[in-house]
Design a protein around this ligand. Structure first.
Ligand SMILES: C[S@@+](CC[C@H](N)C(=O)[O-])C[C@H]1O[C@@H](n2cnc3c(N)ncnc32)[C@H](O)[C@@H]1O
Length: 271
């Protein structure tokens, strides 16, 4: 088989074209950015062992394993993050939350940020990479997630502090911006059945998916400076509910922001 035939084979197995290309490049030991190589070499013969390796990766993906777990990393806000099954892979939509958090810190000489439920460290590390003067603390309840986040911070030479905490329970002090992409899927959402590779504590949040958001909104004000912002990512249909929680907790300027697909994806308010 040649390169083009292998890619067609991936699609016949059920992979979207882009995923077939990425997994094929990974099987060939090439950079995942090397898609131009695929075009330039589409008639090159592929060794049987390489085809076998590609088909094995394709089968993992067809069993719903995230591409980032298979290739071992994901790019987020221009940072290359090591990713494995200890954490969720960061999604491009979360970059909207980071942009908003950066805007909230504008004008402050040394803004203090707290990332709640940091997972791979994606949000905290993106903030620190953009605002080197900022103080960034990142917490998670999962020791496994924190060890991967700390590894990412080390690899990127970004100084972020990490702490194990059930949301804000172990956190001391006040911050200018609290930012969180917490679990927000309803416990009985049928989509959870497909997400068997991801850590469940990163996904599900009570019968209405809002259990963790309620906790963060209730306790957030105790850890915010006056004028500080709480920004939360949530599900596609949760914006109105999250705004209502923020208003009930006394936040001002409560508003939502749209993700890249035009969905209200994060909501926040000011103390
Ligand atoms: C949806 S993931 C987000 C990961 C990362 N911030 C991102 O945007 O890619 C939610 C994270 O919240 C963490 N988490 C879940 N329950 C928590 C709790 N009670 N206290 C602290 N972190 C929690 C999970 O371990 C997981 O890393």
């Amino acid at each position: 088989m040649n390169v083009a035939q292998c890619l067609t084979r991936g699609q016949v197995l059920g992979l979207p074209r882009l995923e077939a290309q990425i997994l094929f490049l990974h099987a060939m030991g090439r950079s995942l950015h090397d898609r131009a190589w695929l075009l330039a070499h589409d008639t090159d013969e592929v060794l049987p062992a390489q085809l076998e390796a590609f088909e094995a990766l394709a089968q993992r993906r067809l069993q719903h394993e995230p591409v980032a777990y298979i290739v071992g990393y994901k790019e987020f806000f221009g940072l290359r993050l090591t990713i494995d099954k200890r954490v969720l892979d960061p999604r491009p939509d979360t970059e909207v939350l980071v942009e908003w958090a950066l805007a909230c810190g504008e004008g402050l000489e040394r803004p203090r940020y707290l990332d709640l439920g940091t997972g791979s460290g994606a949000i905290a590390l993106a903030l620190k990479s953009q605002l080197p003067a900022a103080e960034v603390l990142a917490v998670d309840c999962s020791a496994d997630a924190l060890s991967l986040a700390a590894q990412n911070a080390h690899n990127l030479a970004l100084h972020v502090s990490f702490q194990q905490s059930h949301w804000l329970s172990q956190v001391q002090g006040k911050f200018n911006v609290l930012v969180s992409n917490p679990p927000y899927i309803e416990d009985h959402d049928p989509h959870l059945a497909e997400l068997t590779h991801e850590p469940l504590q990163a996904l599900a949040s009570g019968p209405d998916g809002l259990q963790d958001i309620r906790n963060i909104v209730q306790n957030g004000p105790n850890h915010l400076e006056v004028g500080g912002w709480l920004l939360i990512e949530h599900g596609w249909n949760q914006a109105a509910a999250v705004r209502a929680l923020l208003e009930k907790a006394g936040f001002k300027q409560v508003q939502s922001k749209f993700d890249l697909a035009g969905i209200e994806r994060c909501s926040g308010g000011q103390k």
